[in-house]
Design a protein. Structure first.
Length: 320
């Protein structure tokens, strides 16, 4: 897989990129379309809130979450731009680390939101539209765990949290959502499929799902963890940090300094784009460097391409 073409849109002024139906939008600017055909880009209008600087898209594309990366507020919006409702997260060192929020499809077909409204170490699931909270079995609350960088596997089976524990150490916990749906377990503690201690030798820089596996970037290189075997499949060292990880088709983008495309079978770097800056964050703790890593990138999984923004220029890279 390599770059076969690119489109550059200058002076786009876009911050929260998302792909909708094959088109690119700046969601926080009330779904302003970013043209990829050479036509002029519309000027920014009246957005929702300048502090909402990152976007999460539901699997069905029916709900979008705009979040304040290092704040306490988030906003759920519909594709027509209407506001569904406001969310908030537990205000405990929220100005230090990425807002924990993911959107998923529940067994009843409705879109749910998993986040931390009550405690930084407690995950709750709500109906995105109504706010009805899913009753979860009681379980142990890990008071030292700060959830962050939540992600749901493509098949909806698993949830991961690439957060941190006190004193600051970046960690990883993985949960089985099917146990949640049938009331055999909850989301308390530090994981049931894989717990924080399973990765205690790694300072986790980033993680993402790739099929039935989890790709993990750490201070000791790139690792592939099997969800079915509960063990590492392979390990690859690199002379540089990896940062956040984002899956794209048959590869994974690591986002330290700039995007690098890795082969999921070997970890080999297939391509890289040093001209597309993504910052030097390698932790869920971002502080003032909130506009880094995944905040700069939007992946179009259908058409094998990704968009990058620096807040002004948007670059779309087509892979093939």
């Amino acid at each position: 897989m390599r770059e076969i073409s690119r489109v550059v849109v200058r002076d786009a002024g876009a911050w929260t990129l998302a792909w909708i139906g094959g088109e690119l939008f700046d969601v926080s600017d009330r779904f302003r379309r970013i043209p990829l055909d050479g036509s002029p880009c519309l000027e920014r209008g009246e957005g929702y809130d300048d502090n909402l600087d990152s976007v999460v898209v539901s699997p069905k594309g029916d709900v979008f979450a705009l979040v304040n990366t290092v704040g306490t507020k988030a906003l759920l919006v519909a594709p027509d731009g209407s506001v569904i409702r406001e969310l908030s997260r537990f205000d405990n060192d929220a100005d230090l680390y990425r807002y924990p929020l993911a959107l998923l499809t529940m067994p009843n077909g409705r879109t749910g939101v998993v986040h931390c409204p009550e405690d930084s170490g407690q995950l709750d699931i709500e109906d995105a539209l109504t706010g009805d909270r899913l009753p979860l079995p009681d379980g142990r609350l890990d008071e030292d765990l700060y959830h962050s960088r939540l992600a749901v596997s493509a098949d909806g089976h698993y949830l991961l949290s690439a957060g941190w524990v006190w004193m600051p150490f970046d960690c990883l916990a993985i949960y089985d959502l099917r146990r949640v749906w049938d009331q055999r377990g909850g989301l308390a503690g530090d994981g049931d499929v894989a717990q924080v201690r399973d990765f205690s030798s790694l300072e986790v820089e980033g993680a993402c799902f790739v099929g039935d596996n989890v790709m993990i970037g750490s201070d000791k290189g790139l690792w592939l963890w099997s969800l079915t075997r509960n063990e590492f499949v392979w390990h690859r060292e690199f002379p540089h940090p990896l940062g956040d990880l984002v899956a794209i088709r048959d590869g994974v983008l690591s986002l330290y300094q700039h995007p690098r495309l890795h082969d999921v079978g070997t970890g080999d770097v297939l391509a890289e784009w040093p001209e597309l800056a993504t910052g030097e964050v390698k932790s869920s703790l971002v502080g003032d460097d909130w506009f880094t890593g995944p905040c700069c990138i939007a992946v179009d999984p259908v058409h094998s391409r990704f968009a990058h923004t620096d807040g002004s220029t948007v670059t779309v890279v087509q892979l093939g």
